[in-house]
Design a protein around this ligand. Structure first.
Ligand code: HDD
Length: 724
């Protein structure tokens, strides 16, 4: 059973001056939740919303109004074969409710998966921020995280080439802090004004309703070709970052430059990072395509099953802190969301750890109704004038209202703060709070008449905005322009590309060829390749050759790129962890396989921190040497793309038979082509030969699996895949 988040050690939040609620009137679940957040002994405010999850509490089947139901199988009819009667309020309610079960999906990031967990401060930084969660190492608060893709609808696949949303809601004792980021540290555009255009161009095309969840089409690349500011993000989107192996193995970024403000009111710029403890892992494109067919819910299932099995994924929260003077000296503008701060220039300091340790109880109630707002910041954290962030501060509150249908969406349990809250906002659709008294305005003098005058502002504890705003002075006119440094669209795109390994660069080139080959508008392909020449001439040539087009003349750069040192932190392969932790090995066996050898290999992999998934031609119990063995999955339904590495323990006769089974041959061809470790017994050799598997350091006897590890053997790639 997952452990409950630890109660934080930091003190109870201050509560307003109104009467302290007697404990008895607060539902037990609230009490437990509140105390888990603000520590023992916190006094609950009488208006704390009932943000306990409303759970069914009747053994008898009832309708929504508590009327017990005698017969849930038949509508009420006039006679056995007569018409159904309008008075059948039970039928009516059931169908009526069913007809209204869907809400508008998110206009972007519609496809998501979520989990609960806990955040723990591991390094207090009071000198940087007064944010309560960072005052004492050991302080904890509950979190809810939603991972998502961007372009596809709620029912689309998990493994398209796409950015992954990484939205974190921290229920702190001074209110909810929503760090609504992505797994890529920069963005396509610099100004929120262009967001509707970007989304319209990437989503399915307006006249034909396809492609779903894909960037490989005319309108997206037409838009990108005309928006040079997108080229840095395009490098990331065409890299393996956009085809992650697992939500548990992606980084997260706040993207924007935010501000930390300490108790003295001193502000510093900050960028937020989530570093996965399991390391960063991607698939390769051919693998991502095949996973989409084999298991469209691959990433959602991976997250859910890992947490369900107690294999809790965790991330370290890192911050890059820098001041205005340092920022002013950089060849890029820190208010520009298409730029990052190289980690080698401003190191990432780890200040906390987030562990996801509880699956949602109900997907719709929690994951679908979760509402994240970048405007949800807590005292000690503040915004900057990043024009993309500024637009987001408006958009999310607006979209939640239309998506969740009420201004009271904050009362939905998953969105409700877990600390006391109290204000004079009233009424609205689905109002579930029951404020008492008549104080719905302020100032008021009702307390002088012995009434509850309601809450008052608390200047010393309340949120105050960072006063100094160096980017603006009183003489500032109203302008629709961008700062000069925003015009450098290629320096960091080049830095990213040149920070990649040869294999990663090949993946980027191949991805661009794949994408642009699906663009029917030839002038669009040429325009994009012309822009690539400002990033890297060799890349542009590879893509032009891959498309069989003449190398177009270089696109004019508004600002000539400057050379930036490569940064290893931008490469997945350079920081890959060769670890079994969180990884899964597919083990193929069949009739007569040696059970003792299978058990031994399974124990070794589990000891190394991985898990083994048994695959066989049939899932029922199979007679093996030493007894019978049940597979976890049938061969055709458990292709090797679902595993990080594969192994096989087969008798020669069975292996021979399997050479005539397409799924078995493909199993090894894919594992080999995807550069995975293949551990096999001697008996399987005939099957490997049929699959064209050649010996190399990643094709090893089963005894060497744990020593070899599950890292990808990208050096094999030139042998197995024609890359641009
Ligand atoms: Fe956004 C959802 C992340 C730019 C407007 N965005 C949304 C989600 C994530 C992000 C992770 C899903 C939250 C969830 O799981 O419910 N968005 C980003 C990042 C951006 C970004 C990292 C650039 C740095 N977004 C962005 C801009 C705008 C929006 C520029 C509008 C001006 N985003 C939205 C939205 C969404 C949203 C339309 C749709 C669903 C929602 O808000 O709740 O308001």
């Amino acid at each position: 059973m997952p452990q409950k988040p630890k109660a934080p050690s930091h003190g109870a939040a201050s509560v307003s001056k109104s009467s302290q609620a007697p404990r008895s009137n607060v539902p037990q679940a609230d009490q437990a939740v509140y105390e888990a957040v603000v520590g023992q002994g916190g006094e609950l405010h009488q208006n704390l919303p009932s943000n306990r999850n409303i759970r069914p509490d009747s053994q008898a089947l009832t309708d929504n109004f508590g009327h017990r139901i005698a017969d849930n199988q038949n509508s009420l009819r006039a006679g056995e074969r007569g018409p159904t009667l309008l008075e059948d309020f039970i039928l009516r309610e059931k169908i009526f409710h069913f007809d209204h079960e869907r809400i508008p999906e998110r206009i972007v990031h519609a496809r998501g998966s979520g989990a609960h967990g806990v955040f723990e401060c591991t390094k207090a930084i009071p000198e940087l921020t007064k944010a309560s969660i960072f005052q004492k190492a050991g302080a904890t608060c509950p979190v809810f995280v939603r991972f998502s893709t961007v372009a596809g609808g709620a029912g689309s696949i998990d493994t398209p080439r796409d950015v992954r949303g990484f939205a974190v809601k921290l229920y702190t004792d001074t209110g909810n802090w929503d760090l609504v980021g992505n797994n890529i540290p920069v963005f396509f555009i610099q100004d929120a004004m262009k967001f509707p255009d970007l989304v319209h161009s990437v989503k399915m095309e307006a006249d034909r309703g396809y492609p779903q969840a894909a960037t490989a089409h005319d309108t997206l690349w037409d838009f990108i070709g005309l928006m040079p500011e997108s080229m840095h993000m395009i490098m990331w989107a065409m890299s393996d970052r956009a085809i992650p192996r697992s939500f548990r193995m992606i980084e997260g970024f706040g993207v924007h430059t935010f501000r930390l403000v300490n108790a003295k009111g001193e502000g510093r710029f900050v960028k937020f990072h989530w570093k996965p403890v399991l390391g960063i892992e991607s698939t390769c494109w051919d693998e991502a395509v095949k996973i989409a067919g084999a298991d469209p819910d691959f990433l959602r299932r991976d997250l859910y099953e890992a947490i369900d099995q107690g294999d809790f994924p965790a991330w370290d929260l890192g911050i890059q802190v820098f001041d205005e003077d340092w920022a002013a000296r950089q060849p890029y503008d820190v208010l520009d969301a298409t730029k990052l701060i190289p980690e080698e220039e401003v190191p990432v300091q780890i200040v906390g750890r987030m562990t996801l340790n509880r699956n949602p109880d109900n997907f719709f109630a929690e994951v679908e109704q979760a509402a994240f707002l970048p405007s949800n910041v807590i005292p000690g954290i503040d915004f900057t004038n990043d024009p993309l962030l500024q637009g987001r501060l408006f958009s999310y509150l607006d979209t939640q209202k239309s998506r969740l249908g009420t201004t009271n969406f904050h009362q939905i349990p998953i969105n409700a703060p877990k600390c006391p809250f109290h204000n004079f906002q009233r009424d609205g659709m689905m109002q579930t709070m029951v404020p008492t008294g008549r104080a719905n305005y302020e100032p008021n003098s009702l307390a002088e008449a012995g009434e509850d005058g309601g809450p008052r502002a608390c200047p010393e504890m309340g949120f105050t905005s960072f006063p100094a705003n160096a980017e603006r002075n009183d003489a500032a006119q109203k302008l629709r322009i961008r700062a000069e440094l925003f015009a450098d669209h290629y320096s960091q795109a080049r830095q990213f590309y040149r920070s990649q390994t040869r294999s990663e660069q090949a993946h980027i080139a191949s991805a661009l060829v794949f994408e642009l080959s699906k663009v029917a508008l030839e002038h669009v392909r040429e325009r994009v390749v012309a822009r690539l020449r400002n990033i890297d001439e060799d890349l542009a040539k590879r893509v032009a050759a891959g498309l069989a087009i003449k190398l177009p003349s270089k696109a004019r750069a508004a600002r000539e790129p400057v050379e930036m040192a490569p940064s290893d932190a931008l490469s997945i392969h350079k920081q890959a962890k060769n670890t079994f932790a969180g990884r899964k090995v597919g083990l193929l066996f069949a009739e007569g396989s040696d059970k003792a050898a299978i058990d031994k290999l399974k124990a070794e992999v589990e000891k190394a921190g991985g898990s083994v998934f048994l695959v066989a031609p049939k899932v029922g119990g199979i007679p093996v040497k030493g007894g019978t063995l049940k597979a976890d999955g049938q061969l055709a339904g458990s292709p090797s793309v679902l595993f990080d590495a594969v192994a096989s323990i087969l008798m020669p006769k069975q292996a021979e038979q399997l050479t005539r089974e397409g799924a078995a041959v493909q199993w090894f061809m894919d594992a080999y082509g995807h550069c995975k470790t293949i551990a096999h017994c001697q008996g399987s050799q005939v099957l490997l030969d049929k699959a064209g598997v050649e010996k190399d350091e990643g094709v090893v006897p089963v005894e060497a699996l744990v020593k070899t590890g599950v890292r990808r053997h990208w050096e094999r790639e030139p042998k197995v895949r024609m890359l641009a």
